[in-house]
Design a protein around this ligand. Structure first.
Ligand SMILES: Cc1cc2nc3c(=O)[nH]c(=O)nc-3n(C[C@H](O)[C@H](O)[C@H](O)COP(=O)(O)OP(=O)(O)OC[C@H]3O[C@@H](n4cnc5c(N)ncnc54)[C@H](O)[C@@H]3O)c2cc1C
Length: 410
């Protein structure tokens, strides 16, 4: 019978950080990680650099089995959790094994949403979520001639950059009217579109795939507006579906997108925590439950969950951000970037230097911002958001591109 003091689902950054944090504070308790991937921890953030051939495969990996052995952490890789009995404190694995636990953390992340388009099983459709996906993309690269990227967010952007670097002509197909949905306004949208044109990317907005063309291999996409787009490879960047299927019947509460927790990342069941992409946690900065999907958040939540599993009482408090450099633009999303959550937004732009910033404001406080080629403002804006500083004294100036935010004393 397998019995661990601490059991963690998921060998991603949140799960591994939780396990290592526990070990740093409890040298004797038994710890196990159940992970359905066959690999040890690797960086998803580095996968784009790997497929762009900027780093070797080996550099993507962050831990070896020896690292876990040295810390006396058991890793059950290739094992999938299918059910949880939170009363008897048992976890059932697809292999038929049962594992007992005392404290438990769910750090199961997510996968690319299923794509329910006719012909979605054809050869030539790629996702970019795992190292296996990245290997498959690189293996197929020599055969790629013409690409279609489906989506309108960060992963779609990674695919666009990848195809551009490998000189593969590309069409972007995006269901929304604009890239990043409603996050950007006029000048920001123009800047992104002009950048796509500069990189010779064809784009189609407000339309979506109806069927995949070709017999067994992709030859293109027929759209709902009856346009035929040709391409022998499709890169899918259509959002994340959180892994929660094993919660059925467990009594662990789900939120709208993830597993619901309080600010200490504990679920409604005492002793069971959730961390990382899968956690729909209570955010004390904005006063509501929500999910984040970024590396720093997953790491810091793993740390907080680990501390709370060993009996501390720490709240998670961090302004989320996601940054990437792509097609020559340095883009950062920070805090709340849904216009519907803001009372007003203010933006400023420098079309010559390709700079753009949009501020999301509620009750005269910043709740978030989008920065294009304005990375120097990120730490300051994060502080203004986290400390809920009133921006009333300088709000008028935010629309001026030459106004230096650093002249504001925090
Ligand atoms: C290509 C790519 C680029 C990215 N770039 C950035 C970036 O530039 N900046 C940034 O901040 N973020 C980036 N991210 C997002 C970031 O990588 C994620 O937010 C982070 O990795 C989430 O970590 P996690 O531990 O919560 O989940 P995951 O890394 O998803 O780990 C969860 C693990 O649990 C396993 N699992 C799931 N269900 C079960 C089960 N039932 N049984 C056993 N195991 C299970 C999964 O297979 C997975 O291995 C990127 C993501 C991708 C895919």
């Amino acid at each position: 019978m397998l019995h661990y003091n601490y059991l963690i689902i998921g060998g991603g950054i949140a799960g591994v950080t939780a396990a290592e944090t526990i070990r740093a504070h409890d040298s004797r308790g038994s710890i196990a990680i159940v992970s359905d991937e066959p690999h040890m921890l690797y960086s998803r953030v580095l996968l784009p650099s790997y497929i762009k051939k900027r780093i070797s495969r080996e550099k993507v990996f962050l831990r070896s089995i020896g690292d876990f052995e040295a810390k006396n952490i058991v890793v059950m890789s290739g094992e999938r959790v299918v059910k949880i009995d939170s009363v008897r404190k048992e976890v059932f694995l697809a292999s038929g094994r049962t594992v007992f636990f005392e404290k438990f953390c769910i750090a199961s992340g997510g996968s690319v949403e299923p794509w329910s388009v006719a012909g979605a099983e054809k050869k030539g459709i790629f996702r970019l979520q795992t190292i296996d996906d990245a290997d498959a993309i690189l293996a197929a690269l020599p055969e790629m001639r013409e690409a279609i990227v489906v989506g309108g967010g960060f992963i779609a952007l990674e695919f666009l950059d990848f195809f551009f670097i490998h000189q593969i002509s590309t069409t972007l197909l995006c269901r929304n009217k604009n890239f990043f949905g409603t996050a950007l306004d006029g000048d920001g949208i123009e800047l992104i579109h002009a950048n796509f044109e500069k990189h010779k990317i064809n784009f189609m907005f407000g339309d979506e795939a109806k069927a995949i063309l070709g017999n067994t291999v992709v030859e293109g996409i027929a759209t709902k507006q009856d346009v035929k787009v040709s391409g022998d490879v499709i890169g899918l960047g259509i959002g994340l579906l959180r892994h929660m299927e094993f919660l059925e019947g467990s009594g662990i509460e789900k939120g709208e997108y993830g597993i619901k927790t309080n600010e200490e990342l504990e679920t409604n069941v005492s002793g069971i925590f959730a961390a990382g992409d899968v956690a729909e946690f209570y955010d004390t900065i904005v006063g509501k439950h929500h999910v984040h999907g970024n590396w720093t958040n997953a790491f810091l939540q793993g740390e907080i969950a680990g501390l709370n599993m060993v009996g501390q009482k720490k709240a998670f408090r961090k302004v989320p951000s996601y940054s990437l450099v792509n097609l020559g633009l340095h883009i950062t999303f920070l805090g709340e970037t849904h216009p519907s959550e803001a009372e007003e937004t203010i933006s400023r732009t420098d079309p010559v230097l390709h700079k753009y910033e949009r501020f999301f404001i509620k009750e005269d406080r910043l709740i978030g911002a989008i920065l294009i080629n304005m990375f120097q403002d990120k730490p300051l804006i994060a502080k203004l958001v986290e400390e809920r500083v009133s921006i009333a004294p300088f709000k008028e100036k935010l629309s001026k591109i030459d106004f230096d935010l650093h002249s504001v004393v925090v």
